[in-house]
Design a protein around this ligand. Structure first.
Ligand code: ZN
Ligand code: ZN
Length: 373
């Protein structure tokens, strides 16, 4: 189900106002995820020009009808076709000239160098200026609307159910790849349209690599097994990690599990409206430092979730560039410990910032003992 027209209309109005407030005559949207956010249409091609008054979606024949149907109830949006034999750049340049746009914002993180050069070569843009913007619409996307929170809550609940049914499968003798297939089957069974990323199953020493690819290694008694998986529901990604102790895990592994669980809870307790990402990250880092594991936590504490599986905000030591977290932001809390040659632990849940703190989207808090099979 795409977002209802009134939801899309609010997003478009915010984008139009933001464009004007930034001193731009127009914003050229080329990130397909941003285009989806503004129209509800998931397309591999297409652009939009947003001005203070209106938005023009630019599409070729492959997606024209979908965009026309999606925006037909939105009075301030029109769809312009890229004709056969014409280029996106040429069509955009004509539209920009017709609207007397002088300062055109472009999405620096998404418009390729080749496309920017092609735009600048068009005679229509000769007197104008392409201005780089960074994370312009992504900052709007970071605060989820009520409709999006509904999707993310539903997806988080379903992902927690996938965890409940899949974790008992993590047992001695199974290969990492077998577990990853089972996770993906369970995601399908739970109604997810696709996995959000390639499922990570990292057993024993492989757990020391945060983004290990599932291999043919057989899980052995005494292993810690990191299982990191995510699903996409109606376009929205959720992401979760559990670490399973198979049989009797030797002493350092048990201590890591307890320390990471403590670090995750510390970060969740620290999170809330008005709190800087570095403070949330610092809470997890301080907890691990108390266990002598500061050096073993080699990545940031979390990342935003939404139409992308990694988006704003960044919850890390250097994540404060967009200011404190705010109600409606959704992100992961996923501290970990990685020890080369030995193994690793990660525990990940998804939360939404409320007016008073955070709400967990991926079910009940993990209990280290409960995940021993
Ligand atoms: Zn994950
Ligand atoms: Zn994650």
């Amino acid at each position: 189900m795409p977002p209802p027209p009134d939801v899309v209309a609010v997003r478009l109005a915010a984008a139009r106002n933001g464009t004007a407030a930034a001193g731009l005559d127009g914003l050229l949207v080329t990130n397909p995820v941003n285009l989806r956010y503004l129209t509800g249409v998931a397309a591999s091609a297409g652009m939009a020009i947003v001005t203070a008054e209106a938005a023009v979606v630019v599409a070729d024949a492959r997606y024209l009808r979908q965009f026309e149907e999606a925006v037909c109830d939105l009075p301030q949006v029109v769809v312009a076709a890229v004709g056969v034999g014409h280029s996106y750049e040429g069509t955009v340049a004509s539209l920009v000239a017709a609207r007397a746009i002088r300062r055109l914002g472009v999405e620096a993180e998404h418009l390729t160098v080749a496309r920017l050069a092609a735009l600048r070569r068009t005679p229509e843009l000769a007197g104008g200026e392409c201005v780089e913007t960074h994370g312009f619409l992504e900052r709007f996307r970071a605060i989820k609307d009520v409709w999006e929170l509904g999707r993310l809550r539903e997806a988080g609940g379903r992902l927690a159910e996938v965890a409940t049914c899949i974790l008992p499968e993590v047992s001695e003798g199974r290969t990492e790849r077998e577990i990853s297939w089972k996770v993906e089957l369970a995601l399908h069974g739970a109604g997810f349209e696709r996995p959000a990323f390639e499922t990570i199953v990292a057993s024993g020493p492989n757990g020391a690599r945060p983004h290990h690819r599932a291999s043919d290694r057989r899980i052995a008694a005494g292993d810690l097994v990191v299982v990191d998986f995510g699903g996409v529901l109606e376009g929205y990604a959720v992401d979760m990690t559990r670490t399973v102790a198979v049989g009797r895990v030797p002493a350092p592994g048990r201590a890591w599990l307890a320390a990471v669980a403590e670090a995750q809870q510390a970060a969740i307790d620290a999170a809330g409206p008005g709190v800087l990402p570095s403070v949330i990250d610092g809470a997890a880092r301080a907890a691990l430092a108390r266990h002598g594991l500061a050096e073993a936590f080699v990545h940031g504490t979390g990342h935003g979730l939404g139409l992308d599986v990694h988006e704003r905000p960044t919850i890390g030591p250097r994540g404060d560039h967009d200011g404190p977290v705010a109600p409606g932001m959704v992100f992961t809390v996923e501290p970990g410990v990685y020890v080369a040659g030995q193994g690793g632990v990660r525990i990940e849940d998804d939360v939404v910032v409320t007016t008073t703190g955070v709400e967990r989207l991926t079910g009940a808090p993990p209990d280290a003992e409960a995940h021993e099979f």
